[in-house]
Design a binder for this molecule. Structure first.
Ligand SMILES: *Cc1c(COP(=O)(O)O)cnc(C)c1O
Length: 383
């Protein structure tokens, strides 16, 4: 990799991505797999990930949060279905037909606007009704259902709702799953009500990664995994619940590494301070490596004086505060460290590994946030 022309870059393994998708498809059984590519494909790079998925015919759907992500996915060649999870601005409604999207519906105004678009263009639009079951985020409540039913029944172009969906609030953070059971029960009750109101959904979907991995009865007609597609466990609790239930460890593996290069080496004496705020003081003569990565790139400031990076297969601790675009690391004990050396921020070097989960633990966050905040400006290299 010495010939890569970048100072900092993200490497992706398309082979692992394909393996993870196949593995989740196998777990999902008859249920379709809708791969979540929101947040720039969890920081991996939407264009790069979508191009790989496009070649994998069994992936019927991708899911995105917002219209610009859907437009980007179309631009890089995604030809199959797109489920839009988030809200649409008024000015974005036309995009539903222009980019052939299936919007999630949780408010009457949007449903009516989508209905008008369908009527004006004489086209059918597949909509998915998001049902409120206890996450108290974007769901339609039981009381609101009849009003939605009236809009659907007044507009033949909508052809009724295509999907009914829900989202679990409390699978990832616990090994006690009674709240999820209650939510699923509420969902089933609301779907029955949709039938009674004359708006039966054609497909039902509920599960993101954690639910689909742990509970067969949440898989329904479709699953919507995100983090697991990228080879990460939604949480320690999910991993534990899965393994205690007898699950094997080879379900998926990470596809992303983050690398940079040492741009400068400097030797400083004992009792020197390092970086903003003078938060680190050397106790002996120290060899520092400067790396061109900081919190603007997604290397959280909370990692200051806590994280390690890997250089020449050894661990080098971060000294002082992480700056906007620079970080200083201690290479006193890394034999031969010099300018131009490859630095691993996420990934492995020799027998050493730094995971997104480790960075999350160091910085008081979760792997989702570590990945989602990787700067979209970092070059992505698919190998
Ligand atoms: C983000 C999201 C998902 C995927 O969640 P993971 O935990 O990453 O699998 C699924 N469904 C909805 C509605 C989401 O917002």
């Amino acid at each position: 990799m010495k010939d890569l022309p970048f100072l900092s870059w993200i490497e992706l393994s398309p082979g692992n991505l394909r393996h993870n998708v196949r593995s989740l498809q196998k777990l999902a059984g008859q249920a379709a797999v809708a791969v979540c590519v929101k947040a720039n494909a969890y920081g991996h790079g939407l264009p790069e990930v979508v191009r790989v998925l496009q070649e994998q015919a069994e992936v019927e759907y991708i899911t995105v949060h917002a219209l610009p992500e859907a437009i980007l996915a179309r631009e890089v060649g995604w030809t199959r279905k797109i489920l839009l999870l988030g809200p649409l601005a008024k000015s974005e409604i036309d995009g539903v037909l222009e980019y052939d999207l299936e919007p999630t519906i949780f408010d009457l105004k949007t449903l009516s606007a989508v209905g008008r678009l369908a009527t004006n263009q004489n086209k059918k639009i597949r909509t998915h009704m998001k049902l409120e079951t206890g996450t108290n985020r974007q769901g339609i409540t039981v009381d609101e259902l009849p009003a939605f039913a009236r809009v659907y029944q007044g507009n033949p172009f909508l052809g009724g709702p295509y999907g009914a969906s829900m989202h679990f609030a409390d699978v990832e953070d616990t090994i006690h799953h009674s709240y999820s059971t209650r939510q699923l029960k509420q969902f089933r009750g609301m779907v029955r009500l949709m039938h009674a109101l004359g708006i039966p959904p054609k497909i039902k979907h509920a599960a993101s990664s954690a639910a689909m991995i742990l509970f067969e009865n949440t898989r329904l007609d479709m699953v919507r995994p995100g983090i697991a597609v990228y080879g990460h466990w939604p949480s320690k609790e999910t991993y534990l619940s899965y393994r205690l239930g007898g699950g094997q460890n080879d379900l998926f593996s990470p596809i992303l590494s983050w690398k940079t290069r040492v741009t400068q080496i400097k030797k400083i004496p004992a009792d020197s301070f390092v970086g903003y705020g003078c938060t680190y003081r050397t106790t002996s003569p120290t060899k520092l490596a400067i790396i061109p990565v900081g919190y603007a790139d997604g290397y959280a400031r909370a990692l200051s004086n806590l994280a390690h990076v890997l250089i020449r297969g050894r661990r080098a601790p971060v000294r002082g505060r992480v700056c906007m675009n620079l970080t200083m690391v201690d290479v006193t004990d890394v034999k031969g460290a010099r300018q131009g050396d490859t630095v691993t921020l996420i990934g492995s070097d020799g027998d050493q590994v730094i995971t997104a989960e480790k960075l999350a633990a160091w910085s008081g966050s979760i792997n989702y946030e570590i990945l989602a905040r990787l700067s979209p400006l970092l070059p992505r290299v698919v190998r």
